[in-house]
Design a protein around this ligand. Structure first.
Ligand SMILES: Nc1ncnc2c1ncn2[C@@H]1O[C@H](COP(=O)(O)OP(=O)(O)OP(=O)(O)O)[C@@H](O)[C@H]1O
Length: 376
């Protein structure tokens, strides 16, 4: 695909070059003939100067065309900015009866018969989702591709509003909560983390509310800096120092490192509800296992919703929601779901070669031997 575009570019450049040179050569010819015809009235030196300048016309033409094309390209950015300024508002950022700053105290989440479509006229992607999560509970969400796992999060963050049903956090209907209020109280560790141009400190604590020691501690707990008492790793210390530069979109960090930095943000934020959307999909299995243990201990009192593609990380969780075709097909503890003959969870475990013993071993803290990848 890229080669096809490159081929087109080169062909167009050749096409343009040939035409510009032809025009310039005709111009030179015209001027030369004119000079020859008017040789009595035009001084030869003047004719020579004009001809010399005309010879470089082909290049001038090409520069003009290139400048015009570049200008047009740059105006795409202006067009995009205009488009964004005219986007309809998502909704009120705050509402008069917004909950107090301490909300959510418990972190209990309820989905009550939620039906959601991405746009009017599109089919429903959540078809009557109902489940209750207690405060502090760790919930894993699994399901095959397109089952509606990420759509649950879109509804929770009010990126898309449900057409029917309601979602409540600690008994408060999210319809009555302002967008900024809601989104600042939840912490999200997404699949594709966005980092901004600046320093690591600005990226991890944009509001500047935490001390250096707190941020460094979060970096250690996310395994980005060596833990207390470990050998010095000067490379990691330079890369993850608080003043380390972050390039545009964080392109100087790998996908896995960006995920760990997003986890750091959540650790620093200390929210009561943490949502992990395939948050450790780009880190290796060993780091993932370490991280899951960090998540379990560091977020011990927080409610956790985790969409994971590795079943061996999700079995740490208290209960598992199995999504299927926009509905909650199963909702129980990992062992209960595994023991249920014919359950979707059991079939996902079978496909990933995860046995009951593996689940018990993982839950009791031992690392699983086989690097099981789930099938979602
Ligand atoms: N922005 C969107 N606009 C329209 N339809 C969408 C959009 N995002 C997702 N969908 C549709 O919603 C359905 C559920 O998608 P969703 O992303 O929730 O699934 P998922 O279970 O998270 O899948 P995956 O494991 O691949 O991430 C799919 O059929 C998908 O095509």
């Amino acid at each position: 695909m890229e080669n096809r575009a490159l081929y087109m570019t080169i062909a167009l450049q050749e096409w343009l070059g040939l035409r510009l040179e032809t025009i310039a050569n005709f111009l030179v010819l015209g001027i030369a003939l004119f000079g020859a015809g008017e040789r009595k009235s035009i001084h030869p030196a003047s004719a020579g100067v004009v001809l010399t300048y005309t010879l470089s016309m082909a290049q001038v033409f090409s520069e003009v065309v290139q400048a015009y094309a570049k200008n047009e390209q740059n105006f795409n950015a202006v067009e995009r900015l205009l488009y964004y300024t005219e986007l309809p508002s998502e909704g009120a950022t705050t509402k008069p009866d917004d909950p107090p700053p301490t909300w959510p105290e418990k972190g209990a989440i309820s989905f009550n018969n939620v039906e959601m479509a991405y746009r009017e006229g599109l089919p429903l992607v959540l078809k009557g989702v109902t489940f209750d999560v207690n405060g502090g509970e760790k919930i894993g969400i699994v399901g095959r591709t397109g089952a509606g796992k990420s759509s649950l999060l879109q509804a929770l963050f009010k990126v898309v509003n449900p057409q029917r049903g309601s979602i409540t956090i600690d008994g408060r209907d999210l319809q009555d909560v302002g967008l900024t209020t809601l989104r600042t109280r939840l912490a999200l560790v997404p699949q594709d983390t966005t980092l901004f141009l600046g320093t690591l400190r600005e990226n991890l604590d944009p509001q500047g509310t935490r001390t250096d020691a707190e941020i460094i501690s979060a970096l250690k707990r996310a395994w980005l800096l060596p833990a207390e008492g470990s050998p010095v790793d000067s490379e990691a210390e330079a890369k993850f120092s608080l003043d380390a530069p972050v390039t545009d979109e964080g392109s100087n960090y790998s996908a896995g490192e960006k995920q760990l930095l997003a986890l750091c943000r959540a650790l620093i934020k200390g929210s009561r509800i943490i949502i992990l959307d395939e948050a450790t999909s780009s880190v290796d299995v060993e780091t993932d296992a370490k991280l899951q243990r960090t998540i379990q201990t560091e977020f011990a009192s927080s409610t956790l919703l985790c969409i994971a593609h590795r079943l061996n990380t999700i079995v740490y969780y208290d209960r598992i929601v199995v999504m299927d075709d926009g509905k909650v097909a199963e909702f129980d503890t990992p062992l209960n779901l595994f023991d249920k003959e014919g359950s979707i969870f059991r079939s996902l475990c079978d496909e990933a070669n995860l046995s009951r013993e593996d689940i018990v071993r993982i839950r009791t803290g031992a690392t699983v031997q086989n690097t099981t990848e789930a099938t979602n």
